[in-house]
Design a protein around this ligand. Structure first.
Ligand code: UDP
Length: 414
């Protein structure tokens, strides 16, 4: 059987303290209507990256609402995940010529067939996250559940060959969900196509409140000087996050702000074999500057530490050039931090109003905004308050539960 992640049950009432009564009442009422529904999310890694981050808090919340929610993770070897990383990159627009080879397609499909055989089929609804398991539904043809394909990447301009390969498998689902309208490929034909943005958990160890002095001490113990400015980027070691662009921006900003420190915090994921080379290359670069640091989940930087870095930094950078959503942006905004981020994919959904002035298209622009913010603490404070407000209104878990349960209700005919 596939690995079923062990999780508990959250407490929806905590959200009553920070969300509108109307929203929580609707979510609770949807939970009552769908009580006992067996719902299973499927993805390709139990750790590292936004989907795993989301499910670890989301499944317990669904359980709190009365849904019998589970999370199964597909299996794959390095070769399979190298192929699926190619598919992931291609959905975001990079070419992946290998997909033309019969052996590559066969490998992808054989893996999905094997995983379909190992899947616990006893659910009313499956949500299949991203391209890695997209053909599971094809190999579960006698399964009577409703199947939803949830795309988390920016698929607005997918590589045509890869999309033509994946599209028939996606179209076997009952519905498809994208983060925003512009990510929906024009030629996708499905009875139900909808949009919903991801969300963060306000109470997880990643986002819960931690006192500033604790954050500062934690960073000091890692070698940071609390008397000098610190800017941080948190993201998988992935080309779309443009970590070298972040380093360039940092170097430019440091010419104006001597002593500026940079933390690059990255994580590895089971389904991301490219990250190792990127990690090594970033280390080589960081070793050229005593104030530039690269940390990862392998060197002890877990949720609490990321939380502390986000809280103790003066500015958060997310210089992505493609981004499905960027949970890290929501995490930083929730902590009232000013964010300078790539004008890409789902990031502008979060950085609206005055925050949009800090969406950048180059390393130079990124450096300029960092310097401006470090010199203008009053602006940082204003942006921080506005950012928290945006997240509270739009990007916390109950809103996601509402959107998904509304969709499920429409599919199961309740
Ligand atoms: N993350 C982490 N440690 C790291 C790097 C990333 O915990 O070293 C988390 C980050 O806090 C966020 C998630 O991984 O919750 C990344 O999600 P996002 O949507 O930003 O990007 P994705 O990895 O899905 O492309």
């Amino acid at each position: 059987m596939l690995h079923k992640i062990s999780l508990g049950t959250a407490n929806i009432d905590k959200y009553r303290l920070i969300q509108s009564r109307e929203l929580i009442d609707e979510v609770v009422s949807l939970g009552k209507e769908l009580k006992g529904l067996r719902l299973c999310h499927i993805n390709s890694t139990p750790f590292g990256g936004g989907v795993a981050e989301l499910l670890v808090s989301y499944i317990p919340l669904l359980r709190a609402l009365g849904i019998k929610a589970d999370w199964q993770v597909i299996r794959g070897d390095r070769r399979f995940f190298t192929i699926t990383k190619g598919l992931h990159n291609a959905l975001q627009g990079a070419p992946f010529a290998e997909i033309k080879k019969l052996g590559i397609k066969r490998r992808y499909l054989t893996n999905n067939l094997e995983n379909a055989r190992e899947l616990d089929p006893n659910y009313d609804v499956f949500v299949v996250n991203d391209p890695q398991p997209a053909a599971l539904r094809h190999y579960s043809s006698d399964n009577k559940a409703k199947w939803i394909w949830r795309c988390h990447v920016d698929s607005s301009q997918p590589d045509a060959t890869v999309w033509n390969f994946l599209r028939p498998y996606v179209e076997e689902h009952d519905a498809a969900v994208f983060t925003t309208q512009k990510f929906i490929p024009q030629d996708l034909r499905l009875a139900k196509i909808t949009t919903m943005a991801p969300a963060i958990c306000a109470f997880s160890s990643k986002n819960m409140f931690i006192k500033k002095y604790v954050c500062r001490e934690l960073l000091e113990n890692l070698g940071f000087d609390r008397n000098r400015f610190l800017v941080t980027q948190v993201s998988r070691f992935d080309r779309w996050k443009d970590p070298f662009g972040t380093m360039t921006a940092y170097r430019l900003a440091k010419q104006e702000i001597p002593g500026l420190q940079l933390a690059m915090i990255g994580s590895f994921a089971q389904d991301d074999p490219e990250s190792w080379d990127m990690y090594a290359a970033l280390h080589t670069e960081a070793n050229k500057d005593a104030d530039m640091f690269v940390y990862s989940n392998l060197t002890g930087i877990g949720n609490m530490e990321v939380n502390a870095f986000q809280r103790a930094s003066d500015v958060i950078i997310q210089k992505s050039i493609r981004e499905g959503f960027g949970l890290v942006v929501a995490e930083a905004l929730w902590k009232e931090k000013p964010v300078v981020a790539g004008n890409a994919g789902g990031i502008p959904l979060q950085m609206t109003g005055e925050l949009s002035h800090y969406l950048v298209n180059s390393a130079e622009e990124c450096a300029e905004k960092i310097v401006y913010l470090l010199r203008n603490p009053a602006v940082c404070q204003r942006l921080g308050e506005e950012g928290k407000n945006i997240v509270a209104q739009n990007f916390l878990m109950p809103r996601l539960a509402r959107d998904e349960l509304r969709l499920i209700k429409s599919l199961v005919g309740k």
